[in-house]
Design a protein around this ligand. Structure first.
Ligand SMILES: Cc1ncc(COP(=O)(O)O)c(C=O)c1O
Length: 402
């Protein structure tokens, strides 16, 4: 096995309910909501499905039957799956506003959100298509490159102190004070915009089913999480279709420095991950679980796991270089996290056994972003991991050649 074996943590979800009816969870994410979103998104200019790539080299290195990877680096001009969520929620919010008895002209409406980068870019892009004003709140950890990308869409950026979770609270306060339409991707209570966001993400599942026609039957799905909206969307749509014991094993991967879902699974209820959440997986730097994602993930997730930053960096370096013999793939720090979790789980005998990973396993992962923040991606690709227990890419080639 040519994959490194980092220190990981994983927990089997004690709240998982196999065979439980999905019905009550449809209020969070449902096939009907995803299809409605797909109906709109597939009509947008420049819409085309993102590719579903086969990675036989990586599958062989991990001792698995196959790995299929939905590649979101080319999603519209935004470069991440987030284009599906925030922009769709902007469109829905503006439609709802237009239906009011006294509607305002678009140019007088401001949409606002807090973001780690990608969601803000999506909201800004959606606002630009619609012709309304946009304000995005960024916490101190978000790079200036990401700020510039958001500003290039015509949005106004406000910097705030603290973490992502602090920025979501400030965004909610400012929206209330100023009459802005708030478009969060996470919420502490029932709120319609994050539900639209999750419905928009469902476009990926609809495309994957089409791309796998006539059979889409992964045995395992590994998805990375920040607040859990993405994971809940994918998990919910899979479980709504089939929640029998033969439905895929669903594994949520987080950075060990921002592990709110893992901690919540251990506690058996949503808990906050404290600290500065300072992970290189910048899109996953979230300390509070989305209340709208949690019920779906609590019922439908089989395992929650965490990986160290170095594993994500090493995986980025290997995948970008095509080190496993698959075509090189440009991928961002959060985009690689699900795949990095898969590799780490395959290399860990206890995780491999618990998650039933083996030569018959067919895996689905999502490369959720390309190199959106090129400057930071290049810095991570140049990072020297010598002495940290990770093989160099040259050593990887040697191991494979043996
Ligand atoms: C590239 C990327 N992947 C995954 C995620 C995780 O999404 P969520 O916060 O819905 O869990 C994010 C969140 O911003 C992201 O930017």
């Amino acid at each position: 096995m040519s994959i490194p074996r980092p220190e990981i943590h994983f927990v089997s979800n004690s709240l998982r309910m196999k065979d439980a009816p999905y019905g009550a969870l449809k209020r969070y994410i449902s096939r009907a909501a995803a299809e409605e979103a797909f109906g709109e998104i597939s009509g947008w200019n420049d819409y085309r499905p993102t590719p579903l790539l086969d990675l036989p080299g990586l599958a062989a290195a991990c001792g698995l039957s196959s790995i299929r990877c939905k590649y979101e680096g080319d999603r519209f001009s935004v470069g991440s799956f987030k284009a599906l969520g925030g922009a769709y929620a902007v469109s829905r919010a503006l439609h709802a506003e237009a239906a009011l008895p006294v509607s305002r002209p678009l140019s007088s409406i401001t949409v606002a959100t807090a973001s780690d980068g990608n969601h803000g870019l999506s909201v800004a892009w959606g606002a630009r298509q619609a012709g309304c004003r946009c304000v995005v709140l960024l916490h101190a950890g978000v790079s200036t490159t990401r700020q510039q990308l958001i500003e290039a869409q015509g949005a106004e950026v406000m910097r705030i102190d603290g973490t992502y979770d602090d920025s979501t609270q400030t965004a909610a306060q400012l929206a209330k004070q100023n009459g802005w339409l708030l478009i969060p991707d996470t919420a502490p209570q029932m709120d319609v915009a994050p539900l639209w966001v999750m419905a928009g993400y469902g476009t990926m599942i609809i495309e994957i089913e089409e791309q796998c026609h006539p059979t889409f039957e992964p045995t395992h799905v590994f998805i990375q999480a920040g607040c859990g909206g993405l994971a809940a969307s994918i998990c919910g749509l899979l479980r709504e279709k089939d929640n029998s014991p033969v439905s895929p094993i669903f594994v949520v991967t987080e950075p060990d420095k921002a592990d709110c879902l893992y901690k919540s699974a251990v506690a058996g209820r949503p808990v906050v991950a404290e600290g500065d959440l300072d992970t290189i997986m910048s899109g996953l730097s979230v300390g509070e679980v989305s209340t709208l994602a949690w019920p779906v993930l609590a019922q439908g997730t089989d395992f929650f796991m965490t990986i160290p930053d170095e594993m994500a960096i090493w995986s980025m370096q290997a995948i970008t270089a095509g080190a496993f013999g698959d075509p090189p793939m440009e991928i961002g720090d959060s985009g690689v996290a699900g795949m990095a979790g898969l590799m780490a789980a395959c290399a860990d005998p206890a995780a491999r056994e618990a998650m039933k990973l083996g030569p018959d396993s067919r895996i689905l992962v999502i490369a959720t972003e390309g190199p959106v923040d090129r400057k930071s991606v290049e810095a991570l690709l140049a990072r020297d991991l010598t002495g940290k227990g990770y093989p160099t890419l040259a050593e990887l080639g040697d191991i494979d050649a043996r």
